[in-house]
Design a binder for this molecule. Structure first.
Ligand code: FAD
Length: 148
């Protein structure tokens, strides 16, 4: 019997020294590992904070979250939600990284305001429903930008 597919969202805070550049280094290795265990997802970094979605079978996502949470490159991990899903929202990405601080997009900012009711990227203050909606809309926007 196959394990249920789940999506887990958490928020955390980068520790000193974990810049966006450092994150890119972490992700080179992380994507390879995620591909092997069929994990997909999205990671948004901004103002020294992370919001990450992990999708996959329940065991793989659990194992990964337990590995990520104690990583000293971030702290204050807060679980936002864990839901069973019928289909992946980030299926094409072994981990899509979005740098919120790159200042390029007014459209991203509008999404944040519409989905969370605030202009600040502050994932630890998001409700589960807001965080899920925001990341999925962000994914749609990233696909649109990539398809331009
Ligand atoms: P190694 O890479 O060999 O690491 C062994 C241990 O050393 C780990 O406990 C690791 O936390 C620690 N470590 C490694 N390098 C450093 C360093 N430069 N400074 C301090 N400690 C270090 N991993 C994934 O596989 N998938 C993900 O989607 C993913 N997302 C992440 C998101 C964030 C915000 C962060 C901070 C990390 C993420 N990681 C992810 C990395 C994850 O936390 C583990 O480091 C990684 O999975 C361990 O890989 P490994 O088993 O090959 O061990």
């Amino acid at each position: 019997m196959s394990l249920p597919l789940i999506r887990l969202l958490y928020a955390s805070r980068a520790t000193s020294g974990t810049s966006y550049g450092a994150l890119i280094g972490i992700m080179d290795h992380a994507r390879d590992k995620n591909s092997v265990s069929n994990i997909t997802g999205m990671l948004c970094y901004g103002s020294g904070q992370f919001l990450q979605a992990l999708e996959g079978d329940r065991q793989s996502v659990s194992d990964l979250y337990h590995r990520i949470a104690p990583d000293p490159r971030h702290t204050e991990c807060q679980l936002i939600s864990i839901v069973e899903i019928d289909a992946r929202a980030f299926a094409e990405w072994s981990m899509k990284v979005v740098n919120w601080d790159d200042g390029k997009s007014a459209r991203r900012q509008s999404l944040l305001e519409a989905d969370t009711g605030t202009s600040e990227f502050n994932p630890s203050a998001m409700r589960a429903e807001q965080a899920n909606r925001f990341l999925q809309h962000l994914a749609e926007l990233e696909r649109e930008i990539a398809g331009d």
